[in-house]
Design a protein around this ligand. Sequence first.
Ligand code: GFB
Length: 311
Amino acid sequence: MEKDAKIFVAGGRGMVGSAIVRRLQAEGYTHVLAPTSQELDLMDQAATLRFFQEERPRYVFLAAAKVGGIWANATYPGEFIRNNLMIQTNVIEAARISGVDKLLFMGSSCIYPREAPQPIKEEYLLSGPLEETNKPYAVAKIAGVIMCQAYNRQWGTRFVSCMPTNLYGPGDNYHPEDSHVVPALIRRFHEAKLRGDDKVVVWGSGTPRRELMHVDDLARAALLIMERYEDDLPINVGSGQEVSIRELAEMIREVVGFPGRLEWDRSKPDGTPRKLLDCSRLEALGFRPQIDLRQGLTMTYQSFLVGQGRM
Ligand code: GFB
């Protein structure tokens, strides 16, 4: 990517997109477009195409999506499949029509089969049944990956996909039910500390394992992939830092400084037992994550305290 090339970050105001925008600016890219959803509604096909034809971006990071934690996925399945199919189809098609040089589509590690062997290789995509709690989201993301591959075959585009692991960091959604586990627990422990509660409720059994990555590490990987990755097969983006939900909750309890105990609400779903990514392909590009989990959680709690979280 040339430093003065026009780069469009779709979803540039969300947690992932804004991390990519920060990274691009830090690396000296001067022409980064990141309109708000009020300025450009990516669910609107005509408006999306108009934007591409007027702006003519050369590179596109497709980080716009409807995302949420396990509870949100189970509660709004129609929105998860509809919004994601619409957004990604509108952007990918407008990118093709307007002749974008290269596009990076953000998938997700939850699109792999629920019982995939661990660590999960890119080749395992579509090799078995999906996890039920996020199937509509996963099917939409799988459609995005296949769409990029199909466009490359039929129209010679350079549309690549990456599969990030569970992400956290500044600018996350701190909604009490709809959020992912890290922001949910940061907020719950913080509020319990302020109230002087003696316990905090954590969902599920605590036994599922998750690989967690700070979004600034993902942003570094995304730029590298845009620069160096040309394969049709999606590329995994993980941190190698895998913990059980129990270990994670304990770590967040310590970071927040809540002195009480944890109580497990087993009526809430556990979701996938494990989804550790094999990141050999990314390592071969020279990528190493830089932010350790405890350090990343501490930084995230600090950003929550200064009000960066959308409450
Ligand atoms: O972050 P999370 O919602 O994502 O949940 P998934 C991870 C694990 O944390 C689950 C447990 O086992 C939850 O039961 N957990 C414990 C909690 N307490 C809480 C809590 O207060 N809130 C939440 N949210 N979880 C999502 C997918 O699955 O991962 C999406 O549904 C997406 O599609 C995303 O792929 C990365 O890893 O289970």
